[in-house]
Design a protein around this ligand. Sequence first.
Ligand code: ADP
Ligand code: ZN
Ligand code: MG
Length: 479
Amino acid sequence: MAKEDYEIVIGLEVHCELSTKTKIFCSCPTDFGGEPNTHCCPVCMAMPGALPVLNEKVVEYAVKAGLATNCNIEKNSKNDRKNYFYPDNPKSYQISQFDKPLCYDGFVTIETDKGEKQIRIERIHIEEDAGKLNHDDYGRGSFVDLNRAGVPLIEVVSKPDMRSAIEAESYMRKLKSIFEYIGISDCKMQEGSLRADVNVSVRKKGTEQLGTRTEMKNMNSFRSIVRAINYEAERQIEIIENGGDITQETLRWDDISGKTFSMRDKEDAEDYRYFPEPDLVSIKLSDTYIENIKGNLPELPESRKKRYLEEFGLTEKAANFVTSSKYYSNLFEEAIEICHNPKTVGNLLMSDIARILNEREEEPEDLKFTGKELGELVILIDQGTISSAIAKKVLEELFNEVKMPSDIIQEKGWIQISDEGAIKEIVVKILEANPQSIIDFKAGKSKALGFLVGQAMKETKGKANPQMLNKLFLEELKK
Ligand code: ADP
Ligand code: ZN
Ligand code: MG
């Protein structure tokens, strides 16, 4: 059988660090970085006798996440101990949730080439992050940093509903976008605030039963998630095609070689000997508490999209794009406040801004300029002060340094030439230099006009008003 006869099945376990000020069971700060072991106290260092107290904000943030992803909220929840030994985990257990997660049975909607698709969420639970091991480059050992120990996390477990690397990426992007909109996390993947355990299996198309899966832990870039899924699916198909069986195991994805390596065989859940955490009381939520959080959720991407379609007449594609990130959406709203031209702002975001971000391997949250600059840029285009070619150059500049576009074009001398006299001079000059084009044009080769306009643009470094150039060339050529 060929590769095309198989279907990829993917389920994600997404960990998201919550941006509460303090840790989940003590009052240490959650700030990223810092000198090793400076954000610690007896609780998060696991001193004997130190007792945890649940941070109420963590519950609130997790409930927000659940409501924003269409989950049911568990009114009788609790914490459980998950027992395992690892040097970055000083208690030798992690406080997590087992049979009563705070949120369950939700879904998010993703866009696919076959239309919208729902990816089901099995559960969202709260738990504490572990510390970090820094392995010494000179082989002197490993150093334990507990600054991250006890930073609150939610874990979002999906059903195995994704069927391609692209769908997995869209799902992860959607979660990131929703969590940014509701403000529960900075979702910085490069800092590990958002990461995924990626479960992959394959099965023959048309069959129901799930194949044996492998799991790649702690993936923290979209690019490596996509590459790892495609690599892993191919590896599994090849094994099956050669008559072998897939071993259920945890793999490590290596970004440099582009391959997966075996880490350890998968333990069963029973190995963790989960039991209710005896040092914490259970979590009881009232209807009023939940309703209150629901009532205070900010506007979510779906509703913004609807508004952009109806109020601003954006196309479906533009509305999807602009609302795909809170950062795009806020920038869009700020900019149109200034320039009142939603279409052009949407187009600039979707085309040039997205392209430059992509070239720089950056994400929308890395954008430094604001709606103030973008709005002014669109005004300058609309007034005919600059051409769209110059607008692209101004955008490139804005990525390097945030300045008002009017200042940029002054400094660079990029103001569009719209003075009819000045343009006429250029037109005459170009015609004199290209007599053959005049002959061609008169012989019916309309391409010659394009060539002449191009020459004039070159001469003026893109600053001549193109409509005016066309008009004046035609006038001269028809003489
Ligand atoms: P564990 O917690 O032991 O890793 P779970 O059964 O809770 O295992 O599943 C974890 C994740 O793996 C879920 O996101 C689920 O959708 C996904 N998953 C389970 N079985 C498969 C499979 N056969 N192929 C792909 N993903 C799977
Ligand atoms: Zn602490
Ligand atoms: Mg798992």
